[in-house]
Design a binder for this molecule. Structure first.
Ligand code: URA
Length: 242
């Protein structure tokens, strides 16, 4: 076993221990995923049946979070990050707000949308008669790009297994994409954000709406009116009285 694989194995075992796993089954089938599978080749854990809605999701998210924390696929991001930023919110949230990538404040704290853009996002959520604690907030990238540059296509590709799995576990009814990077990553399109607004998309069973990113609103306050229009469309569809 190479030193790299040994490191990956140790991270995998630490990750399983963090999730409360104390015993491992013997690997049986050729090609099956074992504790020795290097981080870069690991497939996300299968979704556990969750009829009661809660415990299995919490456990699955905890395991995924540990896999994110162990990930070193994007060499530059792994070398420069302080914390990975997984996401926050109820594991069975009805709505997810999907952003681009952590900034400096998020990298320092490990929580998404805590800086100026995050404070504006909280105001948007509250204007929708929701509380921040009742929505799930996540990003495309789980690591801060240096200098807050936009995510590179390869970085989005590396993080796709994480955000797709995260959304699969949560199973929201609605996903609100904040800005171009989130909209493009989720919908796998290159259409400009202006053309993606005011339309409904689907992602699995979720209805998807796209709007401007709060950071864009900080630079262009006039666009707040457009975001409010988008939120009204979403809230009306959700049956929330404004
Ligand atoms: N911008 C994002 O897209 N995500 C964050 O977490 C913070 C700022």
């Amino acid at each position: 076993m190479s030193a790299r694989d040994a490191r990956a194995l140790k991270q995998r075992l630490d990750s399983l221990a963090a999730a409360g796993v104390t015993q491992l089954p013997k690997a049986s089938r050729r090609g099956s995923q074992t504790a020795a599978t290097p981080a870069s080749e690991r497939q996300p854990e299968p979704v556990a049946a969750d009829p009661g809605g809660g415990t299995d999701r919490i456990r699955s998210l905890r395991i995924l979070n540990q896999q994110v924390a162990d990930c070193t696929q994007c060499v530059e991001l792994a070398a420069t990050r302080t914390n990975t930023v997984f996401g926050v919110g109820p594991p069975d949230a009805r709505i997810c707000f999907f952003g681009e990538a952590p900034g400096a404040d998020e990298d320092a704290s490990g929580e998404p949308f805590v800086g100026r853009a995050g404070q504006l996002l909280t105001k948007i959520i509250e204007a929708c008669k929701l509380r921040r604690e009742e929505v799930y907030i996540l990003n495309v990238l789980k690591c801060r790009p240096p200098g807050n540059r936009p995510p590179l296509p390869g970085e989005v590709a590396n993080c796709r297994r994480f955000f797709e799995r995260q959304l699969e576990i949560i199973g929201p009814q609605y996903i609100c994409c904040l800005g171009t990077s989130a909209s493009h990553a989720l919908l796998e399109t290159t259409e400009p954000i202006g053309k993606l607004r005011k339309r409904w998309f689907t992602h699995g069973a979720a209805k998807v709406i796209c709007t401007y990113h709060p950071s864009y609103l900080l630079r262009n306050p006039a666009a707040k009116r457009d975001v409010w229009d988008d939120m009204k469309v979403m809230m009306t569809d959700m049956g929330v009285e404004l």
